[in-house]
Design a protein around this ligand. Sequence first.
Ligand code: SF4
Ligand code: SF4
Length: 507
Amino acid sequence: MSDQKPVVIWSREAAMAEGDCACASADPSRPVLRRLDLADAGEQDCACPDSGVTTGLPLSPPALLWRRAPELYRAPLPGQHEVAFAPSPTAAITLLNGAAGRILDQFAVPRSIDQVAGELPGAAAADARQAALQLAQLGLLCPAEAVETPCAPAPHTLTAWLHVTNQCNLRCAYCYVRHSDEAMSTVTGRTAVEALIRSAVRHGFRAVKLKYAGGEPTLNFALVQLLHRHALALTGQHGLELQGVLLSNGVNLSPATCDTLREMGIRLAISLDGVGAVHDAQRGAGTFERVARSVERAIAVGLRPHLSITVTAQNVEGLPDVVAYALERDLLFNLNFYRPPNGTGGASHLQAENDRLIAGGHAALALIELRMPAHSVVGGLLDRAHLGYPHSYPCGAGRNYVVVDHQGAVSACQMDMARPLGTIWAGDPLEIIRSARGRLQNTPVDDRGECASCVWRYWCAGGCPLLRQRLTGRNDTRSPYCAVYRALLPEMLRLEGIRLLTTRATA
Ligand code: SF4
Ligand code: SF4
């Protein structure tokens, strides 16, 4: 890229499951001001932060006084480029060349865009003006008189975990489900779907996402199909969008199951904790081979399975291998940190393992840099720290997320199913969750004491609230994985900056 003309490229972050990512502004010499299209967080074995944020930046007159965003984060990249972001409702990871960086520096004191552009001649002035407008749109500049506004967009998708069976064909070492032979009945499933859609309508959601889970949901796959068809009919009646995803351990995915998922438009997430013996050590002997066959089978019928990788002290050294496995197949993936159940040690127990997690994370990021994918992978890469868009909550628990167990009991999180808050027969399951907020306090990160002043707060959002409460008994402390977030988030930003730089250079 020439360093003469200011170039501002931002990452339109990935919807993890859809893998939809692109650099905006196709021609940097003619930058186009547009609202950022912030995409869905995709599939995780968890409640996602809310998706489909539509907080576009109101384009303010260039004559307004602007200044650099107060919490601007900037890190150098090769060739006098830099990667930047600032907490703002329209923030994105942004690549600047040297000229764009110098324009940003012009706003160390409040100035108007016209003032800054007016100091340059002819075409340079026009370029500078457009670049400054882009910087403003991306939140790197803010109006000088602006009051800082926390970004807490209203969710528009109601997400539900449907525990269609309590049965499982594996006994994973870290599983939190107390398995039994019980499965969700048709009556319970239909009632759950009807209640969830009633909640969605009543609370003004525009979309419903059903996560078919368990146990192993393929063991009750007929019910999955029945419920999805029922949900399609009901959401259609109410003008709601419907998304479905099957969360499977991948050992029992037949070709017919894969075909059905594709035909019904149900996405697929598969748990894969490592390659070969690393996976087997967590999930049982011989399971990797079976999962790998399922992955190939799914790809062969046109599915693009999302790989959900649970990171523990046992498999962390194998992260580069499993990341390479995903990249070789162009599959999206995310790393979920292990959440120990109650009574298995406090926060210090996890913190003692942070150094190993950091080392494993660095190794995985180095591998990604070596095999840089065309699409961004940093969206949901690091547990609940989502670099796709700023968010105040790490997940939807207590807000737009409902877990329904196989008997119809409702809880705020799948890891809290042992403490149900009500049942689907009460009519409005989301209201049950929301009115019992005290049980699982998912407070916005600005209200979380130790996190409130952290530069990473709108990307990390303080980590899993359930884990923190379980391990510390408090709601205002930082995550037990805080050190991992702080060590890896800058590296992830740099990685995305490098990706933008290389994809731009080869475009
Ligand atoms: S957990 Fe740590 S990195 Fe995350 S917001 Fe809190 S202080 Fe920042
Ligand atoms: S509380 Fe934790 S485990 Fe539960 S949905 Fe939220 S992030 Fe996931």
